[in-house]
Design a protein around this ligand. Structure first.
Ligand SMILES: Nc1ncnc2c1ncn2[C@@H]1O[C@H](COP(=O)(O)OP(=O)(O)OP(=O)(O)O)[C@@H](O)[C@H]1O
Length: 302
């Protein structure tokens, strides 16, 4: 089986105070084995709702959602799939060690002492081994998040579904989780994750799906996006009263101050730098364009 996730013309709305709120609107896409999909979109775009439908926690109003080749509502579809929701709910009277060990046993990945050992190793890899025997009710948000991630990764899943995996983590935790997810990817795992941190998406995704108001607005391979982005050039151009001949370069925009910013393809960098110098402006910096951010702002801004 090559298509691990299939969404076909999926619609979902909720009734709020007698009114229908459309959360997912004619959504369709496929995730193939070995892909790493970054699912991005503004708040309320329908990302979590889509993931919940995929994991059989919500039913679509119409359309089809398949997980591992089976209808998402079929509980056998979830066997061997790792999932961390946005706010993971873990039984608060259990310990992280019990939770990860139970996951391994339920998904038939390991049993008994071996399950215990593997669970402990994963908690240590997530930097939370020291809290393995604490009750979940006594853990912080970030510690709970790390436990949920250890639970999902320990399954060595064929598909890993993560809803905002880094939210609530400190910078050290974020790096640790990003490195583990990267390792999972490099070992051939299939990843479907949503995040508002576009740097993480650029680093971890091989393809990006952009959703807005429930609709798929873009579906782009990350390689293509990286090549498209070009360079961002910023320069300082004093107000015209000081420099009567100074005129901004075409295609550059000011943020309301004397600083101008524009996207330039790599081959046009040298002529642009010469034009900046000739206009009496001073170059501030040149850096690789944040391509995904650019696409996000362009698509969602419309
Ligand atoms: N259980 C629910 N009852 C009513 N409305 C809901 C429910 N769950 C989601 N919605 C609505 O559906 C829409 C999509 O929400 P969803 O949580 O899927 O967005 P999201 O893209 O995950 O947002 P965020 O980035 O803020 O987490 C929103 O308008 C939200 O208010």
């Amino acid at each position: 089986m090559n298509d691990l996730v299939v969404f076909e013309a999926v619609h979902k709305s909720f009734k709020v105070k007698g009114k229908r709120v459309k959360a997912v609107d004619d959504l369709g896409f496929i995730i193939r084995q070995g892909e790493a999909i970054g699912f991005v979109g503004p708040n309320g775009a329908g990302k979590s709702t889509s993931m919940k439908m995929l994991m059989g926690m919500l039913q679509p109003d119409s359309g089809r959602t398949l997980l591992m080749g089976r209808p998402a509502a079929d509980e056998r579809a979830r066997q061997g799939v790792g999932y961390v929701p946005e706010n993971p709910y873990l039984y608060d009277y259990l310990t992280p060690l019990e939770i990860v060990r139970m996951g391994l046993e339920i998904h038939q990945r390991a049993r008994g002492a071996e399950a215990g050992q593997r669970a402990m190793q994963w908690l240590e890899r997530m930097g939370i081994g020291y809290a393995a025997h604490k009750r979940v009710r006594n853990l912080s948000k970030g510690m709970t998040q790390r436990t949920a991630l250890a639970h999902a990764l320990a399954l060595e899943p064929q598909l890993l579904v993560l809803d905002e995996p880094m939210s609530g983590l400190d910078p050290v935790g974020r790096k640790l989780v990003a490195d583990e997810v990267q390792r999972y990817r490099d070992s051939g795992g299939t990843l479907f994750f949503c995040s508002h941190i576009l740097n993480d998406v650029e680093r971890l995704a091989s393809r990006v799906l952009l959703i807005d108001r429930g609709r798929l607005m873009a579906d782009e391979p990350m390689d293509g996006l990286l090549n498209k982005g070009g360079l961002v050039v910023r320069y300082h151009l004093p107000a015209p009263s000081n420099h009567p001949h100074a005129t901004p370069l075409p295609g550059f925009e000011s943020d309301g101050t004397d600083i101008w910013r524009g996207h330039v393809p790599a081959h046009a960098l040298w002529p642009t730098l010469q034009a900046i110098q000739a206009s009496g402006a001073s170059l501030l910096d040149v850096h690789q364009g944040l391509n995904l951010e650019q696409m996000f702002v362009e698509v969602v801004g419309k």
